[in-house]
Design a protein around this ligand. Structure first.
Ligand code: GTP
Ligand code: MG
Length: 264
């Protein structure tokens, strides 16, 4: 059936297709979460309830697209979703993949808020999103290592910062000044003075959360901590080392040696 005479305007639409064979990473990040977390009295530096809420929202996204998203990694107000390199989700249309994942996560975050938080939501949250393509598994591993190193750097800093403020009654300005020229070992020492061993802080704070749908066989191979929510496992492990990935070889397949075939 012929369309209306206005239909030609569709010719102006542009749909970028993501390169075939590349890993697709969709990273979203809370907009203005410094204010959002203050307004809703998030515990400083880490609010366990808020982290569990973000994990639950990400789990919803993962389960909705579980043939396409291999795993997701989250920390603070951000989440990265890793799509199979051979995924054909929405014909690999960038705008559709990005907008759907970001809006689904945001909607799930709002819908699940009251199951985790005991304060009314007074600011409506939004998340920005970007798509990044990684042509090789090495690039993808380095991306994930970058995000986990970021958790470590920020969390050590924030833990020392809030210890100075909350336990030594420093102003935020003073705490900033004290930490300005410190190395990692100095921050550990500040914590030690308050009987805090940073390495004993909860793993979810130090390592972030990796959400993965695992087959039972793979779960048996898990030696470290995991919480199992239905069929999605939430792992708080070191994902920088080779060890983790050799425990879960299926997550990074197909390898660069046998890249997916590209079809017309
Ligand atoms: P844009 O992303 O640029 O819009 O800014 P932002 O304010 O969201 O800051 P950014 O994404 O760089 O950093 C996230 C911010 O969220 C942190 O700096 C904290 O202020 C806040 N945040 C995230 N998680 C927590 C938490 O568990 N507790 C508290 N208190 N704050 C958190
Ligand atoms: Mg943010």
């Amino acid at each position: 059936m012929a369309g209306s005479r206005y239909e030609y305007v569709r010719l102006f639409e542009q749909h970028d297709k993501l390169l075939p064979g590349c890993w697709i990473v969709v990273r979203l990040d809370g907009r203005g979460f410094s204010r959002f977390s203050n307004t809703h009295n998030f515990t400083k530096p880490n609010d366990l309830r808020a982290l569990h809420l973000a994990n639950a929202a990400a789990k919803h996204v993962l389960l909705t697209f579980d043939n396409h998203i291999v795993f997701a990694y989250g920390q603070s107000d951000e989440f990265s979703f890793v799509l199979r390199r051979q995924s054909t989700l929405f014909g690999r249309r960038e705008d559709k993949i990005l907008s759907t994942i970001v809006s689904l996560f945001t909607a799930a975050y709002v819908a699940k808020w009251s199951s985790f938080m005991n304060i009314p939501m007074t600011i409506i949250p939004s998340f920005d999103g970007r798509v990044v393509l990684y042509p090789t598994t090495r690039h993808l591993r380095d991306y994930l290592s970058w995000r986990q190193a970021d958790v470590h750097i920020n969390n050590l800093y924030n833990t020392a910062f809030w210890t100075l403020v909350q336990r030594e009654n420093k102003s935020t300005k003073e705490a900033e000044e004290i930490l300005r020229h410190t190395l990692s070992k100095d921050k550990h020492e500040i914590l030690h003075a308050h009987q805090i061993n940073y390495n004993n802080e909860p793993e979810i704070f130090r390592k972030g959360s990796l959400l993965v749908k695992l087959m039972p066989k793979q779960l048996d191979a898990t030696v470290e901590t995991h919480d199992k929510h239905n069929d999605v496992s939430v792992l708080h492990q070191d994902i920088i080392s080779d060890q983790f990935w050799s425990n879960y070889p299926d997550l990074l397949s197909p390898s660069d040696l046998e890249p997916p075939r590209v079809h017309q």
